[in-house]
Design a protein around this ligand. Sequence first.
Ligand code: NAP
Length: 225
Amino acid sequence: MVKQTVLVTGASGNLGKAVAEAFARHSYSVYGFVHNKQANNSLPANKVIPVELDLLDETACITWVQHIANNNGSIDVAVLTAGGFAMGYIADTNSKAIQQQIQLNFETAYHMARPIFLQMLQQKKGYLFFIGSKAGLDTRHALGVTAYGLSKSLLFRLAEIMRAEAKGTQLVVKVIVPSIIDTPQNRAAMPQADFAAWTTPEAIARVIFEQTMPNATPEEWVVMV
Ligand SMILES: NC(=O)c1ccc[n+]([C@@H]2O[C@H](COP(=O)([O-])OP(=O)(O)OC[C@H]3O[C@@H](n4cnc5c(N)ncnc54)[C@H](OP(=O)(O)O)[C@@H]3O)[C@@H](O)[C@H]2O)c1
C-alpha cells in the first residue's frame, strides 16, 4: 500500500513533535519542518524525515512542497503548527509588534499553506490544518494579547477563503483551536496554575489525527481542543 504523505511545520515544538509522532506511528510518511539543525536532533530518528527551513522564506517553502509532492505523488495531510505568542495591550503594541506576530503566526503558515493548497486542489482532496487560538477566534480572549490575537485571526479568515475555493472537492481545511497547552514553557510561566486542566500536545495530536478519519465531519471547520 502507498504510504500517505504528511507535512508538519514546527515539528520540533511541543505540538508539532506530538503531531509528527502521531502520524508516524500510523505508518504515514512524515516530513517534519524544523527551523534549524539543533531542532532537527530532537526529532525521532528514522520516523520523521527532517527538513530544515526558515518558513519566512516563501520561495524555499514553495520549492520544498513541490519537491515532496513530486517525490511522493501527493500531499495528503498538512499540519501547520509553527507559531508563537506575545503579550501586550494596545498601549504596548506598536506596528512593529503586530508585524512580528503576523510574520510568526500568519506568514509561516501562509508560505506553506499556499503551495500545499494548490497541490491539494489539483488532487481534489487532502487535509490542511491551521493552529489558531481562542484569542484569534474571539476578541474577548484577545485582551492583553493584541498582536497575537490579530495575527491568529487571519488564519481563520484564510481558512474560510480556502474552504470557499475548495468547494465541491474533498479538500478539507480546518482550524484547530487549543486552549492552554501543557508545555514546559507554560508551566514555567504559570507555576500556580492547575496543570491538569490543560490539554496535552498528545491529546491535540490525537484529535487532529482523528479529523483525517472517514467518520470525521468536514463541515466542522473550527475544532476546539
Ligand atoms: N502553547 C499554547 O498554550 C498554545 C495555545 C494556543 C495556541 N497555540 C499555538 O499552537 C502552536 C504550537 O504551539 P507550541 O507550544 O507547540 O509552540 P512551540 O513549542 O514554540 O513550537 C513552535 C515551533 O515553530 C517554529 N518556528 C517558528 N518560527 C519559525 C520559522 N520562521 N521557521 C521555521 N520554524 C519556525 C519554532 O522553532 P524555533 O523555536 O526554532 O523558532 C518552534 O519549533 C503555535 O502556533 C501556537 O501559537 C499554543
